[in-house]
Ligand binder design. Structure first.
Ligand SMILES: [Cu+2]
Length: 196
């Protein structure tokens, strides 16, 4: 089963259009792959993120105003068979990691920010994580640091807790990623293994 979302893409498209302005004729290069590493955050990485105001956007990604989740869909909390408690940490990690679920299972991730700085959580495949990272970079570049709640993620202030309920429909590995500036680059991504 597939589910579509439109809000974020529309907002992102607007940001892209306003951000690009006179540069619309410029060929947009393909985004480099973002590789989750275990490298600790350092000043250079932070500087790179802070000055990354020209992150190229994949225009095709947003041209159709839709994002299809290939691995499942949001679900009502009342249909969840179990609750998985997840923490976001200031060490740029989620715990537990990895998390294992089964195809057909509906679970609620009860996610708590146990750190002292804001974190966010996006459930998506790697392509979706990379796309969201690019969207967030555009938002930061345009002065908007706030990630609105989405059907596959939300932002968490220190100490805040929110729930995300999802039905998994495809075997494979998807991810929980944090896209606060610098966090994803520092490896703040956890695996959600969907067993057949
Ligand atoms: Cu984070």
């Amino acid at each position: 089963m597939r589910h579509t979302k439109t809000t974020t893409s529309i907002v992102a498209l607007g940001l892209v259009l306003s951000a690009c302005g006179a540069e619309t004729a410029v060929t947009v290069p393909t985004l480099p792959p973002v590789i989750a590493t275990t490298m600790p955050m350092n000043d250079t990485a932070m500087d790179d993120m802070a000055t990354e105001d020209s992150m190229p956007m994949d225009m095709d990604e947003h041209a159709d105003d839709e994002h299809v989740f290939e691995f499942g869909e949001p679900a009502d909390a009342s249909s969840a068979a179990r609750i998985i408690d997840v923490s976001t940490l200031d060490t740029f990690r989620f715990t537990p990691d990895p998390i294992t679920v089964k195809v057909g299972e509906t679970v609620t991730f009860r996610i708590t920010n146990d750190g002292n700085v804001p974190h966010d959580v996006v459930l998506d495949d790697m392509a979706g994580q990379d796309a969201h990272e690019a969207e967030m970079a555009e938002m930061v570049a345009s002065g908007n640091m706030t990630m609105a709640d989405e059907e596959n993620g939300f932002a968490l202030l220190a100490g805040e807790s929110k729930a995300l309920t999802w039905t998994f429909t495809e075997a494979g590995t998807v991810f929980l990623g944090c896209h606060q500036p610098g966090h994803y680059a520092a490896g703040m991504i956890a695996s959600v293994i969907v067993e057949p």
